[in-house]
Every structure is written in structure tokens, then in C-alpha cells.
Design a protein around this ligand. Structure first.
Ligand code: COA
Length: 175
């Protein structure tokens, strides 16, 4: 989309990011998740990205660090959540711009791959595939088809395994 700037969040953006997530998800849970993750060891400042249009924050995506626990060992990978675009600006390519920027930035930081729980048809258009292809499982109550993954580095998911999420993320599914 023309006129959209995707960049790393700054301290001045935090309130606007809350507003984006509250309006996109029609509730406070995802905004609260971002607040909790920002204070945790899982937070990677370079991977909290905002979309700005005409100086206004209209979208946000967060990728945070998780551990993939497989039989062959553990790997640090990324989880993408949450991602939100304010309803008045949706279907204009802003979500797509956020995902593409996130893939580029995450690759440049050397992470092996990304898992996401969400609309699989949306993520597949960027090259995400069913996580089951790598034997990746997520211990949260969602259908297996909702879990997709993107390998940033060949072999980045090694032999697969279970994604160990921070408790704040798991709690989102208990509400
Ligand atoms: C999902 C979301 C981030 C997409 O942002 P966006 O700026 O509208 O995305 P784009 O314009 O790049 O792409 C739009 C496409 O996303 C897909 N999409 C959007 N919402 C969707 C939904 N609820 N279910 C499935 N696909 C969806 C559609 O394929 C849509 O295509 P269309 O515009 O031709 O209908 C935005 O709709 C949103 O914030 N939704 C509410 C929060 C949410 O569900 N976040 C994602 C959690 S995985």
C-alpha cells in the first residue's frame, strides 16, 4: 500500500499501539499481552513493528522469542502475535506490509523461523505452511490447521517439536 511506513516501535508509540490492538481485537486482552511481553525476556525491540499512515499508527505486529523443544534439542525461534490493523484501515494492504517487514527484519536478525496461530489463508500468502510439515506442535487449544510456520533459514526448525510459549500468551486462550 502506498504511503504506509513500517518501523520499529518507540516509547512514544506505546499508547497508540494499545489503541490499535484494542480496536482491532475489540477488547483489551491482546493489548495487555503486548504490555506483558514488552516487560519480558521474550521481547525483541526490533520486532515490535508499527504501521504509520499520515503520521498515525494504524497497525502493529509483534514477534517474540519462544523455544522449540524437540527430541534433538532446543532452538530459539519466533512467534508472531498479536497483529492488528484498526478496522477503518483494514483490507488496504497494511497487514500484509507488516508481515513482509517482519519477515525481512526477523531474517536479518538470524532467527530460524516463525510460528503463528491465526487465519491460515492470510499467512499462507506470504509462504507460511502448516506447522505440521515440520512436526511443530503448540500446546494451546486451537485446531492444528490454525498453526502455520515460516522457515527463515533452511533447517531452522530442525526436527520440529513443541513450542514453549510464555505464560502470558497461553493465558490468552483461557479467556
Ligand atoms: C487480520 C488483519 C491484521 C489484516 O490486516 P489488513 O490490513 O486488513 O490486511 P491486508 O489488507 O494486507 O489483507 C487483507 C486480507 O487479510 C485476510 N483477512 C483479514 N481478516 C481476516 C479474517 N478475519 N479471517 C481470514 N482472513 C482475513 C483476507 O484475505 C483479506 O483479503 P481481502 O482484503 O481481499 O478481503 C486485520 O484484519 C485485523 O486486525 N483483524 C483483527 C485482528 C486479527 O484477527 N488479527 C490477526 C490474528 S492472526
Amino acid at each position: 500500500m502506498d504511503g504506509v511506513i513500517v518501523r520499529q516501535e518507540t516509547a512514544e508509540d506505546i499508547r497508540a499501539i494499545d489503541v490499535v490492538n484494542i480496536s482491532a481485537f475489540q477488547g483489551e486482552d491482546e493489548a495487555q499481552l503486548v504490555t506483558e511481553l514488552r516487560m519480558s525476556a521474550a521481547f525483541i525491540p526490533e520486532l515490535s513493528l508499527v504501521a504509520e499512515v499520515n503520521g498515525r499508527i494504524v497497525g502493529h505486529v509483534l514477534l517474540f522469542s519462544v523455544t522449540l523443544v524437540g527430541e534433538a534439542g532446543e532452538a530459539r525461534i519466533l512467534a508472531l502475535a498479536p497483529m492488528g490493523v484498526v478496522p477503518s484501515q483494514s483490507h488496504r494492504g497494511i497487514g500484509s506490509a507488516l508481515v513482509r517487514a517482519a519477515l525481512t527484519k526477523a531474517g536479518s536478525l538470524g532467527y530460524g523461523g516463525i510460528v503463528v496461530i491465526g487465519h491460515p489463508d492470510f499467512y499462507k500468502r506470504f509462504g507460511f505452511k502448516p506447522a505440521s510439515e515440520w512436526n511443530i506442535t503448540c500446546a494451546v487449544p486451537v485446531g492444528a490447521d490454525a498453526v502455520t510456520a515460516y522457515e527463515l533459514v533452511k533447517g531452522g526448525f530442525k526436527a520440529g517439536g513443541a513450542v514453549r510459549y510464555p505464560q502470558a500468551f497461553i493465558d490468552l486462550f483461557k479467556k
